[in-house]
Design a protein around this ligand. Structure first.
Ligand SMILES: [Zn+2]
Ligand SMILES: [Zn+2]
Length: 232
């Protein structure tokens, strides 16, 4: 199947692939609104400013996806096919941990460097979040996250399936982080390792904590080795 899919990742299908990149991102926005309606209990009511922001983020996401396709066409992004199941799982874990670290650093400096916070502040206008807030961030910040992702898969070559699995997890976790209710009960041990809704909600309420996206350990290491050491 991977070989069949590869057929579409060629110059012969450039137009179709660009349409696919746009359709995929439109679908993700519509899915976010629909899942938000089902789980939050009401349709989101974007005001004009929020509609513009969501549209701008959608355009940036489309550009990043199309850019990823061209990076593949020109040989900067390569996928490993015919990987074993174990290798696919290891690739997925590596992507999750690596991307979480890079996004943690980017998010942390976005709060520390004033010129970056000017962009990030937009996402913090919503203190009590809903799933649709996944699309409420400055387009420059969306471009920053997209660039980190593209840079990561230019440097490292992963299984195509692992990349798709990561993108699905990234979307689901983005929704979960902004869900107004808890996704994983704090009674379960896994909630000590994985971030949940409360973890990201706390960040929206207290910007000094919880910069991670998938795992809690980068924040724990930061608190233990940086904050305590400098007596902050
Ligand atoms: Zn923040
Ligand atoms: Zn948020």
């Amino acid at each position: 199947m991977a070989m069949d899919l590869q057929r579409f990742f060629t110059r012969d299908y450039t137009f179709e692939m660009i349409l696919f990149c746009i359709a995929e991102n439109v679908l993700l926005l519509l899915l976010t609104i629909l899942i938000g309606r089902c789980l939050e209990g009401s349709w989101v009511r974007f005001d004009l400013k929020e509609k513009r922001i969501a549209l701008a983020v959608l355009i940036v996401n489309c550009l990043v996806t199309v850019c990823g396709f061209y990076l593949y066409l020109f040989g900067f992004i390569r996928f490993n096919v015919n990987r074993s199941l174990i290798e696919i799982i290891l690739d997925t874990v590596f992507i999750l941990v690596g991307m979480d670290f890079l996004m943690f650093v980017f998010h942390y400096v976005a709060h520390r460097w004033q010129w970056l916070y000017r962009f990030h502040h937009l996402h913090h206008e919503h203190v009590d979040t809903r799933m649709e807030d996944l699309f409420q961030l400055h387009p420059i910040e969306a471009l920053g996250f997209g660039s980190i992702w593209l840079g990561f898969i230019v440097v490292f070559h992963f299984s195509f399936i692992a990349v798709v699995v990561y993108l699905v997890i990234n979307f689901v976790w983005g929704l979960a982080g902004h869900y107004s209710r808890e996704m994983i009960s704090s009674r379960y041990w896994i909630s000590k390792i994985l971030t949940n809704s409360a973890f990201h909600h706390r960040h929206h309420h207290d910007e000094e904590h919880n910069y991670g996206f998938y795992f809690t350990f980068w924040d724990k290491l930061y608190q233990r080795f940086i904050v305590k050491r400098i007596g902050k």
